[in-house]
Design a protein around this ligand. Structure first.
Ligand SMILES: CC(C)(COP(=O)(O)OP(=O)(O)OC[C@H]1O[C@@H](n2cnc3c(N)ncnc32)[C@H](O)[C@@H]1OP(=O)(O)O)[C@@H](O)C(=O)NCCC(=O)NCCS
Length: 216
């Protein structure tokens, strides 16, 4: 599949909200109502939807995208658009947190997706690493970030492993999607895990850290 054409997106970036994360290969920024067209283009792919919950529709239409933007812009904002730094008006993916409730309120579920043309370029690994740091620094009530990964989604498991998440267990046959029964592996990273990882990283790469992640 070719890269996504920029003519499906808003053409002028001056109205866009500022990124929360500026990384060499991806920007993480709040959504904007004008993102609907590029979201629909990027998300309307059964291969992207395959391991997502049914909240990520397939087919993914313009009105699906408009509905999602309304949800994502409801405070406190916890869901963000991903764009290439060279094309901030074109949404190529998403990343976000779903806070737990009741006794799970300190735990936030991480979710992410990326348009197929951009897979395997390290984009989500970079976004997850930096977004977890943002979460730990900006959402002080979050003690733990976790993700559930459907059996067969090796790329997602690889991302989480690279970002310091531990594979904590498997909920067997927990997911049925489109008639397919799948296990769900649970991956978690506690605040303590993250602090330890940051400490080790700072010891190993003191200079490369400065300027690598711009949390605004
Ligand atoms: C999962 C997903 C987000 C990964 O995004 P991405 O930007 O391509 O991920 P990255 O490039 O940062 O890392 C992918 C890693 O998985 C590896 N990988 C890809 N396909 C793989 C496979 N079939 N088996 C094993 N490893 C695989 C890549 O080689 C890479 O590892 P490396 O950096 O060590 O080489 C993307 O494929 C996607 O959007 N999938 C559909 C939606 C989805 O599944 N979301 C997650 C739900 S839990």
């Amino acid at each position: 599949m070719d890269s996504i054409a920029t003519d499906t997106s808003a053409t002028n970036s001056s109205h866009l909200p500022a990124p929360i994360l500026t990384l060499p290969n991806v920007l993480v920024r709040p959504y904007h109502p004008q993102d609907a067209a590029s979201i629909a283009t990027s998300a309307n792919n059964p291969l992207v939807a395959r391991y997502m919950t049914n909240a990520f529709p397939s087919p993914y239409t313009l009105s699906s995208a408009a509905r999602w933007i309304t949800i994502a812009l409801t405070p406190p904002i916890s869901h963000f658009a991903l764009t290439l730094p060279t094309s901030p008006t074109t949404v190529i993916g998403g990343i976000g947190l779903k806070p737990g409730f009741d006794v799970h309120a300190h735990s936030a579920e991480l979710g992410y997706w990326l348009a197929e043309p951009y897979w395997n370029r390290g984009i989500i690994s970079a976004a997850v690493e930096a977004f977890v740091a943002w979460t730990m620094l900006e959402r002080l009530d979050v003690r733990r970030v976790w993700a559930g990964v459907c059996g067969g989604n090796e790329a997602s498991e690889r991302v989480l492993g690279k970002c310091g998440f531990r594979r904590e267990g498997v909920m067997r046959e927990h997911v049925v999607k489109g008639g397919e029964v799948m296990d769900l592996s649970i991956w978690g990273l506690t605040r303590g895990d993250w602090e330890e990882r940051e400490w080790e990283r700072r010891k190993m790469e003191p200079e490369s850290l400065s300027g690598e992640v711009n949390i605004t």
